[in-house]
Design a protein around this ligand. Structure first.
Ligand SMILES: C[S@@+](CC[C@H](N)C(=O)[O-])C[C@H]1O[C@@H](n2cnc3c(N)ncnc32)[C@H](O)[C@@H]1O
Length: 452
């Protein structure tokens, strides 16, 4: 509770609860900004409510496209996109920092674990990091004495971790276990409760990362194992890279970002969450992602293509109608770039390796259609169905629809087809998280492709 007490002290309690529970009706274009006060001793946080109308040209475009593509799901998804105050935030814990106190705070506030609900609750010491790899000297990191006694200074080279579940095996299916085995921990609240973000403190690792919980799904689908070589092709600002490092200890994680400004942001994220002992495993690269297929053919076990895409949430709040119009024009060029990135990823992965393609848009032309186009050039690649593995176990928290070939949408799982019938209209090309009231996660599309 130490960190939470610290936080509570810094925040006037009444104000804190106002911040956490944003109880407002859905009103178009009300933006809630929570800012760290610039007052001298930084003691108070305040909310500023700014009215900004949604960009009508973007909204009109979305209405036309998404009512056709999403059908009945669109009106409620639209209401969520138009009400930023309704957005929920997940809290991903950082296993390289002590998280016990944060876990206690989260649980007492009514958060629950997204990924290990049954497993973690049955364990005596939920939420504590099982292995810490930080090289930071005592007092500079937030290790508990318990962790220090578990990791002697010589243990700074990385040890395979003991997953929670290994202590408590049960006979569930392998697919189901793939979600439960991960040491990735994220807490979510059933309502719009926003845990305060943690400011940067020199020399200290952050304990948690606030994110749209659906952002973790591409990382889960990637199924990174210890000692694999992983490429995060479009990496900034680094949320998924941090999540990858929570779920396993790869031999190499190459975080690629060509935009210099965003690359700085990425480096800062990695510095804030990962101990220096990982510096030899996590590298930042600055290439155009389209070149990896040629320069590092077949080198990686896993590649994540979290592609640049239409950002449905932020585009609705474009600073002007002209800006919105420009974005819609630029949108037309995105599928080609996305296809090039996906092709490059499929060339950079070894045979038997896996590429996960993801976006944060609802748009089929940037999602299933891109996957479908690229698969035509890669007869040795096949889409793996994520419905049973990810959508079914997480359907209590997220609303999924699947994107099938030729843009066909399904909100229920269509019958599974063998891989040889991949061109069938009902074969799923990926799954899509559609934001809905009280489960505002997404938009997030993901597709897993294995190179045979
Ligand atoms: C959706 S964001 C990635 C978010 C990131 N994966 C995360 O979880 O924090 C897409 C990123 O792709 C980058 N990008 C744009 N063009 C690219 C290219 N040709 N090659 C690689 N990355 C590119 C953008 O600068 C942007 O940072």
């Amino acid at each position: 509770m130490r960190a939470f007490r610290g936080l509570s002290k810094r925040i006037n309690l009444k104000c804190f609860w106002c911040l956490l529970f944003n109880r407002h009706n859905a009103t178009d274009g009300v933006l809630l900004q929570i800012q760290q006060n610039e007052s001298p001793n930084n003691k108070v946080r305040k909310t500023i409510q700014k009215k900004r109308p949604a960009c009508s040209v973007v909204l009109h475009h979305f209405d036309q496209q998404y009512s056709e593509e999403l059908g009945d799901l669109w009106p409620s998804a639209r209401a969520v996109l138009l009400n930023p105050q309704s957005w929920q935030y997940g809290v991903m814990l950082n296993r390289f920092s002590t998280v016990t106190d944060i876990t206690d705070s989260l649980l007492s506030l009514g958060f629950s674990s997204l990924l290990t609900q049954t497993t973690v609750s049955s364990l005596p010491h939920n939420g504590a990091s099982t292995v810490s790899n930080s090289k930071y000297p005592e007092g500079q990191d937030t290790f508990s004495p318990h962790h220090i006694s578990e990791c002697s200074p010589e243990d700074f080279n990385l040890q395979p971790e003991v997953p929670f579940h290994a202590l408590n095996q049960d006979p569930r299916s392998e697919l189901d276990l793939s979600l439960h085995h991960s040491s990735l921990q994220c807490y979510v609240h059933p309502r719009r409760l926003r845990f305060p973000s943690q400011a940067h403190r020199d020399g200290l690792l952050k304990q948690y990362y606030l994110l749209n919980a659906a952002s973790l799904l591409p990382v889960l689908a990637l199924q990174v194992r210890d000692e694999e070589r992983v490429l995060d092709l479009c990496s900034a600002p680094g949320g998924k890279a941090v999540a990858i490092m929570q779920s396993a200890t790869p031999a190499l994680l190459c975080c690629n970002e060509p935009d210099p400004h965003r690359r700085d942001w990425l480096s800062k994220t990695l510095e804030s969450f990962l101990p220096r002992s990982l510096n030899n495993r996590v590298i930042v690269s600055a290439q155009d992602g389209r070149s990896f297929g040629d320069s590092e053919t077949g080198f990686y076990d896993k590649v994540l293509v979290d592609a640049p895409c239409s950002n449905d949430k932020s585009w609705l709040y474009s600073s002007s109608e002209q800006r919105g119009e420009q974005r819609l024009k630029d949108r037309a060029g995105l599928p080609e770039l996305q296809a090039q990135l996906l092709r490059s990823a499929l060339s950079a992965v070894r045979r038997g390796g896996v590429v996960v393609y993801s976006t944060c848009t609802l748009s089929n032309s940037e999602n299933g259609a891109v996957v479908e186009t690229v698969l035509k050039d890669f007869p040795e690649a096949e889409v793996e169905d994520l419905w049973e593995e990810i959508a079914t176990p997480l359907s209590k928290c997220f609303t999924f629809s699947s994107q099938a070939a030729c843009g066909q949408m399904c909100t229920k799982a269509p019958p599974l087809l063998s891989n040889s019938t991949m061109s069938s209209h009902s074969h799923r090309l990926g799954i899509l998280v559609v934001p809905q009231p009280d489960r505002t996660w997404g938009p997030m599309f993901l597709s897993r492709i294995r190179r045979k």
